[in-house]
Design a protein. Structure first.
Length: 426
């Protein structure tokens, strides 16, 4: 595949101006959270910024946004805002210290600290060594039933450990993760996969899959494992075992494409019963799955995987909007995430079709902005309540949308998207 050297903004002209207006509004809406107060909303009708520590919904994700804003536009004080938000996340992390979740637990706070190490207090940064030791100790024993996924499980721990490389504790954690993933894998005629346990499912899914189920997608499923294994292979972690797991998992994922050649994948299945095709998104469905398969092909030196992944991505990005399941602008399952994915594909392949896709999805993101509502004009769909609600954080809210828009309008590679497994570890 031909690559685009360096990172290019995909939005220009009026599109870029609209994006910068949205970015200014996001910065105004989220900035007061750095002061540690509960301020009035930036615009009447908007919600105040978050106060919890988490990466997904809270101060951690907002700190990432302001750090990226500082990298793109230095000298405006955004680094100070990022530092205050990061300090707030660290100070509030005691309430999630017992959770190993990457997106709602201490693992995510630790990842943010490592990613923003230059902004982190040295005494606080030293605490990461204790987290390294805790991860290593937790994985030393015999593998036992455990959540494996990116959002809350073993893959998320692996994302932190990759960020902490080449420290010996991080390497040992990653080597043990290969052992655990091998022990938890299910071997099927189609290859290797991992089962989400019943207690991890929502009530309606538990009723359909009382013994648990398989997710093909990135956030909760086998594609997330593939993305992690690609990173492990690049880092030289247990290469023989990692490659075996990757081969089996890639084979299983390719076998999950539904008939018709449209890059459709079931949201959930148990090997026989399957739910309808997943929506087009990073978290689940063809766009995110295709990128993980491409990263796997690159890491393993398997151009045939990469070629098939590109074909999947082309089909996935052309799924009609009415069928895509896209209902808001968020990073996780909305148009901003699809814009960022398309940008990644463009920079990896040089294919102008992906650049056009990125522009289309970012325009869709900006078209959904409603100044005076939500956070900086952006709202997220609350699926159980079937309504749009304010959201400020990384996965579902304004901070994530802002990070994607920065990638669309500047020449700064969005390396923070490693936390979503969209790019390779450092």
């Amino acid at each position: 595949m031909r690559v685009v050297h360096g990172w290019e903004p995909v939005l220009t002209g009026d599109d870029a101006d609209r994006a910068r207006t949205a970015l200014d509004a996001i910065a105004r809406a989220l900035g007061p959270a750095a002061e540690g107060s509960d301020p009035a909303p930036a615009v009447v009708g908007e919600a105040p910024p978050p106060a919890d520590a988490t990466l997904a919904d809270g101060l951690g994700g907002c700190a990432l946004f302001f750090a990226a804003l500082h990298e793109a536009h230095p000298g405006l004080g955004h680094d100070r805002t990022a530092r205050r938000l990061l300090d707030g996340a660290i100070g509030a992390s005691g309430g999630i210290a017992d959770s190993p979740s990457l997106f709602s637990g201490i693992t995510g706070v630790a990842w943010t600290m490592q990613r923003l190490a230059s902004l982190c207090d040295p005494d606080a940064l030293a605490a990461l060594d204790e987290i390294d030791d805790a991860m290593r100790a937790a994985l030393r024993g015999t593998p036992s039933p455990a959540g494996f996924d990116l959002i809350d499980g073993l893959v998320g721990i692996g994302v932190l450990a990759l960020e902490r490389m080449p420290r010996p504790a991080a390497r040992e954690t990653l080597e043990r993760l290969v052992v655990w993933l091998e022990a938890l894998a299910e071997r099927t005629p189609d290859g290797l996969t991992w089962r989400a346990r019943p207690e991890a499912l929502h009530a309606d899914a538990r009723a359909s899959f009382p013994a648990g189920c398989h997710y093909p997608g990135v956030a909760h499923g086998t594609a997330g494992v593939v993305g992690l294994l690609a990173g492990l292979l690049r880092a030289g972690i247990a290469p023989a075992g990692t490659r075996d797991l990757l081969d089996g998992a890639v084979r299983w994922l390719f076998a999950q494409e539904l008939p018709g050649g449209r890059a459709l994948f079931a949201h959930q299945s148990d090997g026989t019963t399957a739910r309808p095709p997943a929506r087009n998104a990073w978290c689940t469905g063809g766009p995110g799955i295709a990128l993980m398969l491409s990263r796997a092909g690159s890491a393993a030196g398997r151009p045939e995987w990469q070629a098939r992944a590109v074909a999947l991505a082309v089909s996935a990005m052309r799924r009609p909007l009415a069928e895509s399941g896209m209902r808001d602008a968020c990073l996780c399952h909305g148009s901003a995430g699809l814009g960022l994915l398309s940008s990644r594909w463009y920079h990896a392949t040089g294919d102008r079709r992906f650049r056009d896709d990125a522009v289309r999805w970012f325009r869709q993101t900006l078209d959904q902005r409603r100044p005076g509502e939500g956070v900086a004009g952006f709202s997220a769909m609350n699926a159980p309540r079937q309504r749009l609600e304010p959201a400020a954080g990384l996965l579902f809210g304004a901070a994530g949308i802002g990070l994607a828009l920065l990638a669309a309008t500047t020449g700064r590679d969005p390396a923070w998207d490693r936390v979503l497994l969209m790019s390779d570890p450092p």
